[in-house]
Design a protein around this ligand. Structure first.
Ligand code: SAH
Ligand code: SF4
Length: 370
């Protein structure tokens, strides 16, 4: 799939620059961990190897989590040696794991180019949700998000995205726990790394790989409307829209992307989906004290989303040093939720986990949070 990038966000702020890929010079050899089974089959054809080698290697990389060609035991030694010379298995290095008092774990990883990337494990009941990053930094400039304070360095490659999950899988291995859900809610705007995110989700869903069910994967977006449409047509995974305001003036002030794709436009994408398909959609609403958390906001929000039949997930703002906002108190959050319920809107309130280690929503900046 070819997806020429420029997202062409016209108006301010200045920090909105085109997406950046890893320079090809940094990775001249083919990265077999980023490839689909069909890509691998083509690759092996050029080596005059049979197609089943593609299936074997895919399984070794994505199901078993092999990180070196030498360890692909289903391959003859000569083939392993050859692959080590002509190809690479891209990915991350796991630097450290920070444990929160509430069981949340922040995994600090590093790319081959030495960029820091974070991923968070969030246990809850019988679930273990992993929050993964799609970019190093973010160019969307949301004023309430710590990641926005880092400039966008580059898009992560599919191998670097899935490797966050494979590192976590190994990390959890001893405890007997398994990752049940993956959410693209870490650093970056996933739909600004469209190709990388689509490829990585397909790798994660493949039955001979990590085999995640489509409904166990959620991609969260700030609302790049045309790409949301394309994404929903391409993949059966869940999509969460970060709405975060009930009127355009406020949304443009806190999310510059709204000047390009406003509330009506992003909600129109959701509304265009057939009724049954809307089950995989959610709307996120970060509650910023005194900014978007009034009863009027709750009523306006209800008017916007009621007819869509989509659940709203309230996320009380997670403060960080230098932030211009405050977290609304619990009463305010509950009152806001009550108004939505009274207005016939389904609502959930997200518990903030891992705040003590800088691992909650919007607290990821690639820097050790302790
Ligand atoms: N870029 C994507 C996904 C990453 S952000 C997006 O914006 O949707 C994941 C979620 O965290 C978004 O809903 C975002 O609005 C929310 N978020 C960002 N900063 C936050 C903060 N400081 N407190 C609470 N939620 C925050
Ligand atoms: Fe980027 Fe999402 Fe943060 Fe906005 S909220 S700056 S889109 S990561």
């Amino acid at each position: 799939m070819d997806h020429p990038d420029p997202m062409d966000l016209t108006p301010p702020p200045e920090r909105l620059a085109p997406s950046i890929e890893l320079p090809s010079s940094a990775l001249q050899k083919p990265d077999l961990k980023s490839m689909s089974v069909d890509d691998l089959a083509e690759f092996f054809a050029t080596l005059s190897e049979r197609r089943f080698r593609a299936d074997q290697l895919f399984q070794a990389i994505h199901a078993q989590g092999v990180v070196r060609f030498e360890d692909v035991t289903t391959f003859p030694l000569t083939l392993r040696q050859k692959l080590s010379q002509i190809a690479v298995l891209g990915g991350m290095t796991l630097d450290s794991a920070l444990q929160s008092t509430d069981g949340t774990v922040k995994l600090l990883m590093r790319t081959a180019q030495n960029e820091r990337v974070e991923s968070v494990l969030i246990p809850a009941d019988d679930r273990m949700t992993q929050c993964i990053s799609s970019q190093v930094g973010c160019k969307m400039g949301c004023t309430f998000c710590l990641t926005a304070t880092m400039p966008l360095r580059r898009n992560l490659r599919p191998s670097e995205i899935v490797d966050q999950v494979y590192h976590a899988r190994r990390y959890l291995n001893d405890s007997g726990k398994k990752i049940t859900n993956v959410v693209y809610m870490g650093m970056g705007e996933p739909l600004d790394n469209f190709v990388g995110v689509v490829k990585s989700a397909r790798l994660l869903m493949h039955p001979n790989g990590a085999a995640f069910g489509a409904r166990r994967i959620t991609v969260s977006t700030s609302g790049l409307a045309p790409r949301m449409q394309e994404f929903l047509d391409l993949l059966p995974v869940k999509l969460a829209l970060s709405l975060n305001a009930s009127d355009n003036r406020t949304r443009s002030a806190v999310m510059p992307v709204n000047r390009k794709y406003d509330i009506a436009e992003v909600l129109a994408v959701l509304e265009s989906r057939p009724w049954a398909d809307r089950q995989r959609l959610t709307i996120e609403y970060v509650m910023l004290g005194g900014v978007n958390d009034t009863e009027l906001d709750a009523r306006r929000l209800a008017n916007l989303v009621r007819k869509l039949g989509i659940t709203v997930n309230l996320i009380p703002f997670n403060p960080f040093e230098g932030a211009a906002y405050r977290r609304p108190d619990e009463d305010r959050v509950n009152q806001f939720a009550r108004v939505l319920v009274a207005e016939h809107v389904a609502v959930t309130v997200r518990q903030s986990r891992g705040r003590d280690i800088g691992a909650a929503c919007g607290m990821l900046d690639g820097v050790d949070g302790t």
